[in-house]
Design a protein around this ligand. Structure first.
Ligand code: PHE
Length: 353
């Protein structure tokens, strides 16, 4: 075998050995085996000296090529094995530094505010405007101008939160101050009618306070939504039609509305409004206590005496008003059995809405 053939055989043998080396140590052994001082290639190259001057350039060229190919092969394999070694070290030495972590839920509107918004939207759609009034109210607005006689039971300190009256003015009722936390949103009716002449179409959502112990159907602080319409020719039919529209928008088109005669000092006639039970469609079931109907709001035609307090002409104008509890509406809408859930602040409950 000529020396050139020998070199080429050595090259392919060496490159096979490079390809077979599975780690850096084995690769280094291959390098030493072929390129080391006592390596096979080195040995062949040493033999060049004994070649004739004609042979030497050609063989020298081939041997340089073989050396170059071998070095390039070794380097490529080295890089590959080093990368692989690093990668497997990274996997082997991986340390999990993550902690279980706290999942933070994005904030959202409270379900009661969502329901208030929804109700507001229905009435904005009918052209109503939003009105507001103070939560700390005068007896005059909460009771007197709403036609409550002085001895009305709602005025009792057992039912209403009175605030110490720092003005020193005399209270409407002996022993009670004339500053209180409003017990309903109806005083907003009085404020609106004092400032504006008809036509009046307003909706007034807000917090109200009563001296009730919290239980499944009572909260000492809750949310009411008051409606007031005063215009020429307003009838009880307008009230009924408005409330039917509202109920269907909020609870769905299949719900029926029933008005029951009732009494409120500031409306005459007055009616309590029931909606057909969504569970049994009016047949009577456990969730409506066998009644088939659920009470949703109080309403009536504005009493002419109230117009008298605010200076609106009852001969020219008539009106209706209604008031509903947002927590109660939300409980009916979502089948919540206990109003206290809305104020407990338990996020597992509130996140559902
Ligand atoms: N203010 C009444 C209540 O709190 C509800 C109501 C409002 C009734 C308007 C008639 C008209 O019970």
């Amino acid at each position: 075998m000529g020396i050139v053939d020998e070199l080429q055989a050595l090259q392919s043998e060496a490159l096979n050995a490079v390809g077979a080396a599975n780690d850096l140590e084995a690769l280094e052994a291959v390098r030493i085996e072929y390129l080391g001082k006592k390596g096979s290639l080195t040995r062949v190259l040493r033999g060049l000296g004994s070649l004739s001057a004609e042979e030497r350039p050609a063989v020298g060229k081939v041997s340089n090529e073989v050396r170059g190919a071998l070095e390039a092969g070794l380097e490529a394999r080295r890089v590959m094995l080093a990368d692989a070694a690093l990668a497997s070290r990274l996997v082997a030495e991986e340390i999990d530094v993550t902690l279980p972590g706290v999942h933070r839920y994005p904030g959202k509107r409270h379900v009661i505010n969502q329901v208030v918004d929804e109700i507001v939207q229905v009435f904005l759609g009918l052209g109503y405007e939003i009105a507001e009034g103070p939560e700390v109210e005068l007896d005059y607005y909460n009771f007197t101008a709403l036609n409550h006689p002085p001895e009305h039971p709602a005025r009792a300190a057992t039912d209403t939160f009175y605030v110490r009256d720092l003005s020193g003015e005399s209270a409407a009722v002996e022993g009670e101050s004339d500053v209180l936390l409003r017990t309903h949103t109806s005083p907003v009716q009085v404020h609106v009618m004092e400032r504006e002449q008809p036509p009046i179409y307003v909706l007034a959502p807000g917090k109200v306070y009563r001296r009730d112990v919290a239980d499944p159907s009572h909260l000492p602080q809750f949310t009411q939504i008051e409606g007031l319409v005063v215009d020429e020719g307003i009838t009880f039919g307008d009230l009924k039609g408005t409330l039917e529209h509202f109920v269907r928008e909020l609870f769905g088109p299949d719900r029926r509305v029933r008005l029951r005669p009732h009494f409120f000092p500031f409306t005459e006639p007055s009616a309590e409004v029931d909606i057909s039970c969504g569970m049994c469609d009016g047949k009577g079931c456990r969730s409506c206590g066998g009644e088939g109907w659920l009470e949703v709001l109080g309403s009536g035609m504005v009493d002419p005496n109230v117009f008298g307090y605010v200076g609106i002409d009852p001969e020219r104008y008539s009106g209706f008003a209604f008031g509903m509890g947002a927590e109660r509406i939300a409980a009916l809408k979502y089948g919540v059995p206990d109003l206290r859930l809305f104020v407990d602040g338990d996020m597992r409950f509130l996140r559902q809405f």
